[in-house]
Design a protein around this ligand. Structure first.
Ligand SMILES: [Zn+2]
Length: 100
């Protein structure tokens, strides 16, 4: 039985065409959404299951996608906080230099 394939991360469709070329080495293949054309090419794959794994990594479930976006937001917030602290620090140094 084939592995479960995730829906398309761009349009949500579950109509995903998966194929591999069937070569024993340098196998080519891809997973492509039939609704919106979103495609993940998977060269040098080990067969259909490998193509599905790559697609699922590329097109995670909505829950996993939201978790990843949330992590990115947390990262951005930290960068903003660090940048603000750095600006404050260098502004202070600048002001001290100016009014010596
Ligand atoms: Zn799609």
């Amino acid at each position: 039985m084939a592995k479960k394939i995730n829906n398309c991360i761009k349009c949500g469709s579950d109509d995903i065409r998966v194929h591999d070329c069937g070569y024993s080495s340098f196998n080519c293949g891809s997973a492509k959404c039939r609704n919106c054309g979103n495609e993940k090419k998977v060269n040098y794959n080990e067969g259909i299951d490998d193509v599905i794994d790559s697609w699922n990594k590329y097109s995670p479930t909505v829950k996993v996608h939201i978790e990843r976006l949330h992590k990115r937001i947390v990262g951005y917030k930290k960068n903003i906080k660090d940048t603000k602290e750095e600006i404050t620090k260098y502004t202070r140094i600048f002001m001290e230099e100016e009014y010596k």
